[in-house]
Design a protein around this ligand. Structure first.
Ligand SMILES: [Zn+2]
Length: 203
């Protein structure tokens, strides 16, 4: 959705509409393709920054603590996200390790750093240095950040292995689950409001 104070363009079919103020809970939809154009009751900048900082803490938890632990006949093993990427790098499909590292570690980390960077400046009613590049990078990173795919994969692995081994989800997995939801909430339409909020101050 590209918007100016007076008009909104549907990002799916390019129809142009006049923007109307929405109350909390109200949703505006495209008449032609039913895509959501906007929602009322957006989060404040403070809330967005608080959620971004929470995401940063959760990201550290998701990477520092094991996401899965397996035990069999007294032997036990556990793996963090980084260790699982490392394990992929040692196998025959080491190219996949680079993609996995990008999708589940590098892209989410960059997203969180950029979000905090942009929001700290936006709270002081200023555009962060490199505002346009940061906002564009955030848009480009979204398809590469695949925490939800990783989360589903781990859950499937836990269910499949549960029949054969003693499998336990680790603290890292809970953090990963919450981080996935937070990143979807903040990095999507939530952050695009900065274009409107900082209009006239963007260099
Ligand atoms: Zn549309």
């Amino acid at each position: 959705m590209t918007s100016s104070p007076n008009w909104i363009i549907c990002e799916h079919c390019d129809s142009v509409y006049t923007a109307v103020p929405l109350a909390k809970g109200q949703v505006s939809r495209c008449v032609r393709c039913s895509a959501i154009l906007g929602r009322g009751g957006q989060m404040s900048l403070q809330q967005l920054l608080a959620l971004s900082i929470s995401a940063a803490v959760l990201f550290i938890f998701a990477n520092a603590f094991p996401v899965i632990s397996i035990s069999l006949q007294g032997l036990s093993n556990q793996a963090t996200l980084w260790q699982s990427v490392e394990a992929l790098a040692q196998g025959q499909i080491s190219v996949i390790a680079a993609v996995a590292g990008l999708a589940i570690i590098l892209a989410p980390m960059l997203q969180i750093i950029l979000l905090c960077w942009l929001l700290v400046f936006a709270l002081n009613k200023r555009a962060a240095p490199g505002f346009k590049a940061c906002m564009r990078t955030l848009e480009h990173l979204r398809p590469w950040s695949m925490l939800e795919v990783c989360l589903l994969g781990i859950l499937v692995a836990i269910i499949k292995l549960a029949g054969m081994l003693d499998v336990h989800p680790g603290l890292g997995l809970w953090a990963l689950g919450m981080l996935t939801v937070l990143l979807i909430l903040i990095s999507g339409k939530g952050i695009r409001r900065l274009w409107d909020d900082l209009e006239g101050r963007i260099p």
